[in-house]
Design a binder for this molecule. Structure first.
Ligand code: MIG
Length: 743
């Protein structure tokens, strides 16, 4: 499971490393002979150019499933030479096919441009000055040498002088982005593939508009079920029913809000997916019912590896239906993962996805609320991948670790695994999402995934895998999540407290201080370290953690509004400061703070034994108010602030009105909770959104969207929808007084 170690089959070593030291970048001639075309569409006011490449011998453009079905964006084919056309719109861009399975793009990068996006990168916010490889990899060691991680999202953004442009290279094959690592002012993109692909260029526009256009193309997240926005508690593993019951009791007894308990791999019978262990979970369904009575949801992990066991029904079925990946000799591909020797569903085929979705009914029949897809890069214990960045080109199909069959366009064609590896996780999630829809028609699914390709936001939330209980990983979670968000994925988080190693009480609190602003809000860790639940470190820590988690619940009306905003505009919830303040030089270089929506700025402490920090608040002439405590600060400068343990490191923009819910133990109490509209500054305005938090009725008017305004008095105007609640609403005026209001 270590990344970057050597590889099988032995043939591959031939391709792995150059025998001589290399002093120069290899330069290739162009050998391209296929078909090119350039087309243009206006998407969200952005000019989007599509440069399509069909190499000689390829008959059709393969589908990567990245584009949202039914997004019906019409591209007009542009006359003339496509290459020259591309060089004109993306000025100075060259394109060539260098080898049978290698394509290259290169274009100049403005001196001051900041590079963003590319999904999950172990990097600070600006990705410039490095090479970034996109090839889904289970790398449990996230450090400075990390390159590929679990996700591969080929959407790169270049921000310069207040405007952004972007590229989306829609291919599921490995890609390497060299973002001026040679300091020669060039972006070089290598695509290691022999198949056709499309390269989209988004012409200069404000960053928010670029993200809007990209998500118009690849889709946006539907609204998540409300419970999934609450606090989730996980561990590898809570091993038996009694532990789970006790965990639930502890949360309620201590009045620490929590919605969801998560079962990791040990709930299964010897790691066989679609089973539960009869000994440790004698009444799986009964346990879930019991938890539900106490307003807990249960999420279970599902891995793709199917145990190779001739007496196991799932294995027998998949074998008979020929749904598992096979090697070049036609043998079913076998590798070890948690169940021991295992086989791997070929999710590239629709038949496999349908079958998997049917099998997933096991969980829904038992009352499970959401599915957590792990190990879906896919990860193997034995097969080691040489970093693809050391390949000159993609190995021939027959030389790849195994083959897959692609039936996106009808008759299945055989394709080497590496051509579609980056899609494996996303295809598993598509199956899972559809399974949830089938099992619970009309209910919003919750799917969580580790591996993902462009467009994943349509089917799943993501978390960033095996971080560690390190201060550096707490710090890195900000820029990493920010780039994930800009890559179209709003519902994202990292393991609070850190997954590996051992968390300290101080670290847990600091992580919760910022974690309450992660869209996906889950505490998770392995079994080896110390327990990491919010009550694991004594009364003083518990009290502070409780207050922070309570604050998360009070923000739920605001958070629901942000998801609604994402659906309308593609905006992520966590945004770099430059998203809202692109002309502010301080904002441009800031990766230890972020905006949570347009109204809240978060500036957490992420160092051990640190009780103060500089907080930069943008916009001279405006005023910011601490979300907790109500102290005010001037905008347009930095402040050196006292931030003791347990602090809420958030500041609210002047002119905002935040909808804040009364405290609750779980989202089951949400509909009864009163909401207070709190005005920040002497006057304010806001859009307030609400719906039932569980169905898709919002697509047919089952929501209410209000325009709120306060100057001397309070005004509300219904802008859309007809959803009504019986809850009470209050207004908290600038002087602190609170009065009931009607919507
Ligand atoms: O090889 O299921 O990232 O969250 O607890 C480790 C056990 C497999 C990796 C996931 C982690 C999960 C763990 N999994």
């Amino acid at each position: 499971m270590e990344a970057g170690t050597e590889f099988v089959p032995s043939d591959f070593t031939r391709l792995s490393r150059s025998p001589r030291p290399v002093f120069k970048r290899k330069v290739y001639d162009d050998i391209f002979q296929g078909r090119l075309s350039l087309a243009l569409a206006q998407v969200e006011g952005v000019k989007v150019y599509r440069f399509s490449v069909l190499p000689k011998g390829e008959s059709a453009m393969p589908s990567t499933h990245a584009l949202a079905p039914g997004s019906d964006i019409a591209f007009d084919v542009l006359e003339g030479d496509a290459r020259l056309g591309l060089a004109k719109v993306l000025s100075g861009c060259t394109f060539q096919q260098s080898l049978r399975a290698r394509f290259e793009f290169s274009f100049p990068l403005a001196k001051t441009a900041c590079c963003l996006g590319l999904g999950e990168r172990y990097s600070s916010l600006n990705l410039r000055g490095a090479r970034h490889t996109l090839c889904s990899t289970d790398n449990p060691n996230h450090d400075e040498s990390s390159d590929s991680l679990y996700k591969a999202i080929p959407f790169s953004i270049f921000l310069d002088d207040g405007l952004a442009s972007a590229c989306f290279l829609d291919s599921s094959a490995p890609q390497i982005y060299d973002l001026d690592s040679e300091l020669d002012g060039q972006v070089r993109i290598e695509l290691l593939s022999a198949r056709g692909f499309s390269f989209y260029y988004f012409d200069r526009a404000p960053l928010a508009q670029i993200v809007a256009a990209y998500t118009a193309l690849t889709g946006r997240s539907e609204l998540p079920p409300r419970w999934a926005l609450g606090h989730q508690q996980s561990r590898w593993s809570y091993p038996d029913a009694e532990t789970v019951r006790e965990l639930a009791r502890e949360f309620r007894r201590r009045r620490i809000p929590c919605d969801t308990l998560v079962l990791d791999i040990d709930y299964m019978d010897d790691y066989r997916v679609f089973t539960s262990d009869k000994g440790r979970f004698p009444d799986f369904k009964g346990l879930i019912e019991e938890l539900a009575r106490d307003n807990f949801r249960l999420v279970t992990i599902v891995d793709p590896g199917v145990k190779l066991d001739k007496d196991y029904k799932i294995y027998q079925e998949g074998l008979k239906l020929e749904l598992f990946c096979r090697d070049a000799k036609g043998e079913v591909f076998v590798d070890r993962v948690w169940p021991g020797r295992s086989v791997f569903p070929d999710f590239q085929m629709e038949a496999t996805r349908k079958w998997w979705a049917e099998k997933l009914q096991f969980y829904y029949d038992n009352g499970v609320s959401g599915i957590w897809n792990d190990m879906n890069e896919p990860a193997f214990f034995d097969t080691r991948f040489i970093p693809v960045s050391s390949f000159d080109e993609l190995p021939e199909t027959g030389e790849q670790p195994f083959l897959q069959r692609d039936d996106a366009d009808g008759e299945p064609t055989t394709v080497g695994h590496l051509e579609v590896r980056n899609l494996y996780g996303s295809m598993m999630c598509e199956a899972t999402y559809n399974a949830a829809l089938a099992a619970r028609p009309g209910e919003r699914p919750f799917v969580l995934t580790r591996s993902a390709f462009a467009g994943i936001q349509r089917h799943a939330a993501v978390w960033l895998g095996d971080n560690k209980s390190w201060w550096e990983h707490l710090r890195k979670s900000l820029p990493m999540l920010l780039n994930v968000g800009l890559s179209g994925v709003p519902f994202a988080g990292v393991d609070i407290g850190g997954f590996g190693e051992t968390c300290s009480p101080e670290m847990l609190l600091r992580w919760y201080e910022v974690g309450i602003f992660f869209p996906f809000f889950r505490n998770h860790c392995w079994l080896k370290g110390r327990a990491q639940e919010p009550f694991a470190y004594g009364a003083a820590v518990e009290e502070k953690a409780r207050r922070l988690i309570e604050l998360r619940y009070s923000l739920l009306p605001y958070i629901s509004g942000l998801f609604h905003e994402h659906r309308q505009t593609g905006a992520p919830l966590m945004r770099p400061l430059l998203y809202h303040y692109p002309q502010d030089a301080m904002a441009l270089n800031c990766h230890d703070q972020f905006m949570f929506g347009a109204d809240i700025l978060v500036a957490p402490v992420m160092e051990r034994a640190q009780t103060h920090r500089y907080v930069y608040l943008p916009e001279a002439g405006s005023q910011w108010t601490a979300l907790a405590g109500d102290k005010t600060y001037e905008g347009g400068r930095s402040h050196y602030l006292d931030m003791p343990l347990g602090t809420c490191p958030a500041f609210v923009r002047e002119g905002a009105i935040l909808p804040l819910a009364d405290a609750m133990q779980s989202t089951a109490e949400y509909e009864q909770a009163a909401i207070t509209f709190k005005v920040y500054g002497q006057q304010g305005s806001a859009v307030f959104y609400e719906d039932d938090g569980k169905s898709f009725d919002y697509k047919e008017g089952g929501f209410a969207q209000w325009q709120l305004a306060y100057s001397e008095g309070f005004l509300s105007r219904l802008m859309g929808g007809h959803y009504k609640t019986s809850r009470r609403y209050f207004l908290q005026k600038p002087d602190g007084s609170k009065i009931p209001v009607q919507l």
